[in-house]
Design a protein around this ligand. Structure first.
Ligand code: COA
Length: 333
């Protein structure tokens, strides 16, 4: 992290929201040929939440999570300077952040979407931190929210078992440099593998009859599961090691490992590669599945509300996913 800092940044509150409708592995087994045993042993997932209300979208979850975080610190929404909505499932391709800004009354906030799939929250938090470090803003609301249930092909058993809907939010606030909690970050993209995980826009075969223009629509999620798995277990440990090394920290300094909740086997494999004990892994996969950009703030909010995290604990956060893009943040709580 090569940043000239005028101010430090710290997370002052968290929030999350999930739909009430649970879908169990048994229920999925009635839609596609699979079983609770297959899904649980390969992924660690037991159930996921899906947004079923007509007219509800990612913004409903994002608003609920944001209001929780705002209420927790009794903040006036008008004091939020910037709102970043990390999502890859907006309900408006021009962006959904402005609708969230309007609904929560963050009337003074610049609001924009950030599209980076499952790494969206990590990149959103790093982006927010830059605006704080350089003195531009004091209060930034970062939301990770996705409703991939709307983008999954429910007849494709290789993907529909994995994903769930949720939102998580944090408020990142300026503080003195000595109290800064974003100690370092490391972000990477390798566009060679963009096809491994995508929701591609596909053009129609026939063009517009007069303009000769090809229009089309977005298709369902497609994924090369094996390659994504290999990528995650090889690149994430390297990213974490390099991020720690930069600031002369070691694996022994880590109190908590908070990885993107994609697959329990990935969490365990990464922890084993780094020789981090399993009791330091934060995981709520069994209940929510992979909630994309929401997974890290959702899990963070859960452990914070359970008072598991103590002041000064070192949390290593790592996101990975489509792009392929991945990244680590070292956080002092
Ligand atoms: N139920 C039962 N069988 C299934 C199945 C399901 N839901 N999905 C696939 N299978 C079958 C396959 O058809 C294949 O059968 P075959 O051997 O007869 O061809 C067999 O199970 C093995 O499939 P494979 O894709 O090799 O399984 P896997 O061990 O790689 O596990 C994943 C699949 C998706 C669980 C695993 O690859 C994974 O977790 N990858 C990472 C995905 C991820 O995290 N993506 C998001 C990143 S942000």
């Amino acid at each position: 992290m090569k940043t000239s800092m005028l101010q430090g940044a710290k997370i002052v509150s968290t929030g999350s929201a999930t739909p009430s409708i649970k879908v169990s592995n048994e229920q999925i087994s009635s839609i596609v040929e699979t079983s609770d045993e297959w899904i649980f042993t390969r992924t660690g997932i037991k159930e996921r939440r899906i947004l079923t209300e007509y007219g509800h979208s990612v913004t409903n979850l994002a608003v609920e999570a944001a209001l929780q975080a705002i209420t927790e610190v009794s903040m006036n929404p008008a004091d939020i300077d910037l709102l970043i909505l990390a999502t890859s499932s907006p309900n408006d391709l021009f962006g959904s952040a402005s609708s969230v800004q309007n609904q929560i009354g963050a009337i003074n906030a610049l609001a924009f979407d950030l599209t980076a799939a499952c790494s969206g929250f990590v990149i959103g938090l790093v982006t927010a931190a830059q605006f704080i470090f350089n003195g531009t803003y004091k209060n930034v609301l970062v939301i990770g929210a996705d409703v991939l249930s709307k983008w999954v092909d429910w007849s494709d058993r290789s993907t529909c078992i994995l994903f769930g809907d949720a939102a998580g939010a944090v408020i990142l606030q300026s503080c003195s440099i000595n109290s800064n909690s974003i100690l370092n970050f490391h972000l990477k993209t390798d566009g060679n593998y963009t096809d491994y995980l995508s929701i591609a826009y596909k053009e129609n075969l026939t063009p517009h009859p007069i303009l000769n223009l090809y229009q089309g629509s977005f298709k369902y999620i497609s994924m090369n599961g094996k390659e994504v798995y290999k990528f995650a277990v090889s690149q994430v440990p390297l990213s974490i090691i390099s991020c720690l090394k930069d600031i002369k920290m070691s694996i022994n300094d880590i109190d908590w490992l908070l990885l993107h909740q994609a697959n329990e086997r990935i969490l365990i494999a990464v922890a084993e590669k780094l020789a981090i004990s399993r009791d330091k892994i934060i995981s709520n996969l069994s209940e929510y599945g992979n909630t994309s950009a929401a997974s890290i703030p959702l899990a963070l909010n859960e452990v914070v509300k359970l008072n598991k995290i103590s002041n000064d604990d070192i949390i290593v956060i790592a996101g990975f996913g489509a792009g392929l893009t991945w990244g680590t943040i070292i956080l002092r709580w």
